[in-house]
Ligand binder design. Structure first.
Ligand code: GCO
Ligand code: MG
Length: 408
């Protein structure tokens, strides 16, 4: 069996999804997602210029050897661009393998460990009242877990994932459009004074059952993060995410020494070497890698298995920048993983997105039910894809009030 061709498509409704389609001489094809948010053309170029020419003629069933060929062959290893490109190839090869087997992908990992996988949605508000309405809406929809972000009184601009104006009952998705980034202003003191109390109010209002998550988005210094994690202990958070930038992994030890709040980290990691020390030293509770940015199913499954040895559960990244293809890869891992925790899941289900990526995967009552179709269970409509063009975007940048650059 041989790979005969592979093509890359960039575009989608409101997002520049990077979709890889690998064709074989047996008519079976596989799909992969290489969408690196706001830098989408880079993995697309890596695929087109270097990786696809090396794929043609290879046996698509040898997904491990193909992964090793690209990873070891690159010489300059790791990094989000390369790992997203390898990841897309890897997903497509697993899709082909499972289609050849006539099985949904999770069967190749060891079958299902659960009927439905817990997901969390994003509630957010310009202020606390607005946030409460947003949480109430998700609870009414059946979500059992909600991430909460809130505008901070006195903060000169909205912060990460928070709308400028009251959200008026609508979902808020960060607008990344334009090549010149917007600027957010950040003040740690205001955040530290306000946010623990806001989280406590959400707990009081919604009771003990709701799983409450919060994302600091890398904004605190290690000591501040330890203070914050301790201050929110009575809230009983499901997790506190990215309390500090994770390049300095010793910061996680400081947080652990002071608080029992569960810590989730890893959405910016792209290799097992970014998280093995955190996992082996049991300094985190959830690993947040994404199948897209971390080298596909082959590599992420290794991370999941390592994490299982150390009581670390999965909480894969599921921002709207991931296409339904990599989300499907994660849903199959979630159906299987003995150490599954939760999945971030923003309902992309617009008619335009469903038309581009048809599938039978379904969310019911806050649980995700993976499709039993062979392979990843997602298709890709090339006629629909032809309607979309690449539109560059940027993450906002963050500055302190005096102009100093900070972490988005
Ligand atoms: C999350 C993330 C995202 C990132 C985004 C950057 O937890 O979902 O923090 O919102 O900001 O993926 O591209
Ligand atoms: Mg995050």
């Amino acid at each position: 069996m041989k790979i005969t061709d592979a093509r890359v498509f960039v575009g989608g409704p409101g997002k520049n999804y990077v979709t890889l389609k690998i064709m074989t001489d047996q008519g079976v094809y596989g799909l992969g997602d290489a969408t690196l948010n706001n830098r989408e053309t880079l993995p697309a170029a890596y695929l087109r210029d270097y990786l696809i020419p090396n794929l043609i003629g290879k046996d698509p069933r040898n997904s491990e050897d193909i992964w090793q060929f690209f990873y070891r062959g690159a010489y300059f290893r790791r990094g989000p661009i390369a790992m997203a490109a390898f990841g897309a190839i890897d997903m497509a090869l697993w899709d082909i393998k499972a289609k050849l087997a006539g099985m949904p992908l999770y069967q190749l990992f060891g079958g299902k460990s659960r009927d439905g996988a817990l997901v969390y949605a994003h509630a957010t508000g310009a202020d606390l009242d607005d946030l409460m309405e947003s949480v109430a809406r998700y609870v009414a929809l059946g979500y059992k877990a909600v991430r909460v972000q809130c505008g901070i009184p006195g903060m000169p601009t909205a912060s990460y994932a928070v709308p400028e104006q009251k959200s008026a009952g609508k979902d808020h998705i960060t607008d990344f459009s334009g090549i010149i980034p917007k600027t957010e202003i950040w003040d740690t003191d205001r955040y530290m004074r306000f946010m623990p109390g806001a989280l406590a109010e959400v707990r009081d209002r919604f009771g003990p059952e709701l799983k409450i998550l919060h994302d600091v988005h890398h904004r605190l210094l290690p000591r501040e993060a330890a203070e914050f994690a301790k201050a929110v202990e009575p809230v009983g958070l499901y997790w506190l995410e990215d309390p500090t930038p994770a390049e300095d992994q010793s910061a996680l030890r400081l947080i652990r020494q002071h608080a029992t709040t569960p810590i989730a980290i890893g959405e910016v990691f792209n290799s097992i070497w970014d998280c093995n020390a955190l996992i082996e030293n049991e300094l985190i509770d959830f690993i947040r890698v994404a199948v897209t940015y971390a080298g596909g199913i082959t590599h992420v499954k290794r991370i999941v298995d390592l994490a299982a040895l150390h009581h670390v559960r999965t909480g894969f990244h599921g921002a709207p920048s991931h296409s339904p293809i990599s989300m499907a890869a994660q849903h199959h891992l979630n159906a299987w993983a003995p150490n599954f925790g939760i999945q971030e899941y923003l309902v992309l289900g617009t008619p335009a997105c469903d038309a581009l990526f048809p599938s039978d995967h379904a969310l019911r009552d806050g649980l995700f039910h993976v499709s039993d179709a062979p392979g990843l269970g997602v298709d890709f409509d090339e006629d629909e894809a032809a309607r979309y063009e690449y539109a560059p975007g940027s993450h906002p940048v963050v500055r302190l009030e005096d102009g100093t650059m900070w972490n988005y």
